[in-house]
Design a protein. Structure first.
Length: 341
């Protein structure tokens, strides 16, 4: 079968010689309908953060059940499903709470399919347990695949701050890319707060307005913080959600978050923050959430089925994977690229 394989630092190739897996036990074989292309893949490819192993890329996956192992009870051939991305041990307390993204044994394991183990940029994908599947019912797998990260990650991050995001508050989204553009829709549907969006191109700022942002600010502007504070006034933003994670965006967040607010850093931009007591308002919580729980993924599917959120998708063939990664590096993907076998 065909697959997009990671062979090592900056070495990604499309191969045609893999054997189609056969599921055993509780394993499920999926016929892939779509595999999302995520910026996290570039950290693997360009920075070599997963080393010493060869595997198939792709951690945002959806398709149809092709074959099940003898221990699988709840799925049959043809069922349309998503693959929950972070694979934990399945037994520890966080895993029992469906929070495999915070599995106690994460440091001892690969992060999941496409992140050290074989993912879904292939004709077929072997999922190690049926517990990692979420039904998508009538959703198109091509549209649904990015829900597993591009929607789940911002949804989980936003839920942390929901009790604070009242109609008289402001929330700032930094970065209107693959995750940020979904975050705007989630905030629009689940909160009454006034939304301010930041990015570095006018195209993305215009896109943010279409998705529910009341205000937009170019984060490259030297006075970006002052522009935002003119909007929020003395109270500042009750939550700032940073989908970039560069030092410059983290510093911007510290200037615009208000007392007892949340500064949530989702992006993997390699930034750093040097703490000092007067660097942020009192009571601020700075967090770096990772993905979301399986239960939250079910909730995300509910939002998508109600057409309250959608992911802007650009469709590509599996053979185009290397070129698509180049486009992603150069900021030429609007929303999410999805590879289709």
């Amino acid at each position: 079968m065909k697959a997009v394989r990671y062979f090592g630092h900056k070495d990604v190739r499309v191969v045609n010689d893999l054997e189609k897996p056969t599921p055993t036990g509780d394993e499920v074989l999926l016929k892939i309908g779509g595999a999302g292309v995520c910026h996290s893949d570039l950290h693997i490819i360009d920075e070599g953060i997963v080393s010493g192993t060869v595997f198939t890329l792709g951690h945002e996956n959806a398709g149809w059940v092709e074959e099940v192992g003898p221990a699988v009870k709840d799925y049959k051939k043809g069922d349309a499903v998503l693959v929950y991305g972070p694979w934990g041990c399945g037994h520890c307390k966080p895993c029992q709470q469906s929070k495999e993204n915070y599995c106690d044994h994460q440091s001892e394991m690969a992060f999941g399919g496409g992140l050290g183990l074989n993912g879904g940029m292939a004709d077929y994908m072997l999922v190690p347990s049926s517990r990692l599947l979420v039904p998508i019912h009538d959703l198109d797998p091509v549209i649904a695949a990015p829900l597993t990260d591009a929607a789940l990650t911002p949804y989980s991050a936003i839920k942390r701050s929901l009790p604070k995001l009242m109609p008289d508050e402001f929330v700032v989204v930094i970065g209107v890319g693959g995750l940020g553009h979904v975050a705007l829709q989630i905030l629009r549907e689940m909160t009454g707060s006034t939304i301010i969006a930041c990015d570095i191109t006018q195209e993305r700022l215009d896109f943010a307005k279409e998705l529910g942002a009341s205000y937009t600010v170019n984060s490259k502007d030297s006075d970006a913080a002052e522009q935002i504070q003119k909007i929020t006034g003395i109270q500042k933003a009750k939550a700032v959600i940073d989908f970039v994670g560069a030092t410059s965006t983290i510093e911007l967040g510290t200037k615009i978050v208000g007392l007892d607010g949340d500064l949530t850093i989702v992006g993997l931009g390699g930034g750093h923050y040097e703490y000092n007591m007067m660097g942020m308002p009192f009571g601020v919580s700075m967090t770096n959430p990772y993905w979301g729980s399986r239960a939250e993924l079910i909730e995300v599917v509910g939002l998508a089925r109600q057409q309250k959120i959608h992911i802007e998708v650009e469709r590509y063939k599996l053979d185009e994977a290397v070129a698509v990664y180049d486009k992603l590096r150069n900021g030429q993907i609007k929303g999410r690229a999805v590879l289709i076998p």
